[in-house]
Ligand binder design. Structure first.
Ligand code: GAL
Length: 428
């Protein structure tokens, strides 16, 4: 999808017949890059939302453009009835294709498609809020969304006010159809001053003016060194091209993300993209790894499937209380990071051993990246963050129970791990 859109923009931005949205409220009237940078807003994101990585659902991976009010409200009801709300899932996010192709000719406002949303987005917000959940919406820092609906570049203030008037709590802000005068120069000293960052800063500032805090996800696909400046503009940012329900996507996004772990903390989250549990043919072990990886890196977890079709095993994976507690820990904002497990750790495509702390102790996650089962071993003393000489108790987070026996600092711990599975432990 990402490459396709790149190609499409290249055609469109160089096409003189492509209708550029006229500049209006919130438009940047400066013309040279340095004038634009000097005039660009520097408003930081709200600290009333987005401290912890978002938990919720987004329609895109399940339905693409085929959406309507019934599907969105059904997902909200299922979040409640399946126990997902109780587990911490909170956001119901509408993605692309919700609006009409034309703005309101009189007010220039975005208009929800009445055939999909007969009660408007505000009607959906009322129902979602009545369930104790929050509503997200989608727009684009270009002239059109990726599916060709109106974008918000140049109308940031108007659109932010419209979203706020509807009761929106979260905005996913995409990166398609960027006009030529807004593309980036090859290099910036600080990519916060890149045209890309400025397009996002304009929306960030417009959201900050609204009375309700609106969480902002920069759907910028890892462009423009977003990990360096994303936290100055929004609460989370996409690190890559679009997810797919494949093992290769899971390992590729881990490989990207491990390079940028220092940008993750409270209010500051690398977004590994929406979840694929329930889609495609991932094995149960791969689905556990999918969940564990998004948890250990503190990525937003936005479920992306028809929730009514999930099996009880899948629901237990996505609601595992101990994994979610690590993800949502209120005292430690930083993620788990790779560690050297033992002198003889075998080489793999991505790191297999991760450790991180939470208010409950020190956690170890081990991914078996191989397609055969394998014995994984780490020396207790190699686990970063453990203090004292023990004895240590190892607790299986998936099972919610302690393993038999205790370990001393120089013990080594071994476990047989299924192909593509991830084991998760808490050591105290
Ligand atoms: C892509 C984005 C996807 C989805 C899609 C909608 O650019 O990465 O997550 O939002 O646009 O058209």
């Amino acid at each position: 999808m990402y490459h396709l859109w790149n190609l499409l923009w290249a055609c469109l931005v160089s096409n003189p017949f492509y209708p550029h949205v006229p500049s209006s409220t919130g438009a940047n009237t400066a013309s040279t890059p340095s004038q634009i940078a000097a005039a660009a807003p520097t408003t930081p994101p709200s600290t009333l939302t987005g401290r912890l990585p978002a938990l919720g659902w987004n329609h895109w991976n399940a339905y693409g453009c085929d959406i309507n009010e019934i599907k969105i409200i059904s997902a909200a009801n299922e979040l409640v009835s399946l126990g997902l709300k109780d587990a911490g899932y909170e956001y119901i996010n509408i993605d692309d294709c919700w609006s009409l192709m034309q703005r309101n000719p009189k007010t220039n406002e975005l208009v929800p498609d009445p055939s999909k949303f007969p009660n408007g987005i505000s009607g959906v917000a009322a129902e979602v809020h009545a369930l104790g959940l929050k509503l997200g919406i989608y727009s684009d820092a270009g002239t059109a969304t990726c599916a060709g609906y109106p974008g918000s570049l140049g109308t940031e203030s108007l659109d932010a006010a419209t979203f706020s008037s509807w009761g929106i709590d979260y905005l996913k802000y995409d990166n398609c159809f960027v006009p030529k005068n807004w593309t980036d120069s090859p290099d910036y000293d600080d990519w916060y001053n890149s045209n890309s960052a400025i397009r996002y800063r304009q929306m960030g500032a417009a959201l900050a003016e609204q009375s309700i805090p609106i969480q902002l996800d920069l759907c910028i696909w890892g462009d423009a060194n977003v990990w360096d400046w994303g936290a100055r503009v929004g609460h989370s940012w996409r690190m890559s091209f679009d997810s797919s329900p494949t093992w290769s996507y899971i390992t590729e996004i881990i490989a990207i993300n491990v390079q940028y772990l220092s940008s993750i903390d409270f209010f500051s989250h690398n977004d590994m993209d929406m979840m694929e549990i329930g889609n495609g043919n991932l094995t149960i072990q791969e689905q556990r790894t999918h969940m564990a990886a998004w948890v250990l890196f503190k990525s937003p977890i936005l479920l992306g499937t028809d929730l009514s079709l999930l099996s009880s095993t899948q629901i237990s994976i996505i609601t595992n209380p101990e994994l979610l507690a690590f993800h949502q820990d209120s005292t430690v904002g930083i993620p788990a990071a790779p560690f050297n497990a033992s002198a003889s750790s075998s080489a793999s495509s991505i790191p297999e051993y991760y450790a991180g702390s939470s208010s409950k102790g020190v956690h170890v996650f081990i991914i078996n990246t191989f397609s055969t089962s394998a014995t994984k071993t780490f020396t207790i003393a190699n686990v970063p963050g453990l203090s004292g000489n023990g004895p240590f108790v190892v607790h299986d987070m998936w099972e919610g129970s302690d393993l038999p026996g205790t370990y001393s600092l120089d013990s080594s711990f071994s476990i047989r791990v299924d192909p593509h599975d991830t084991v998760a432990y808490r050591i105290t």
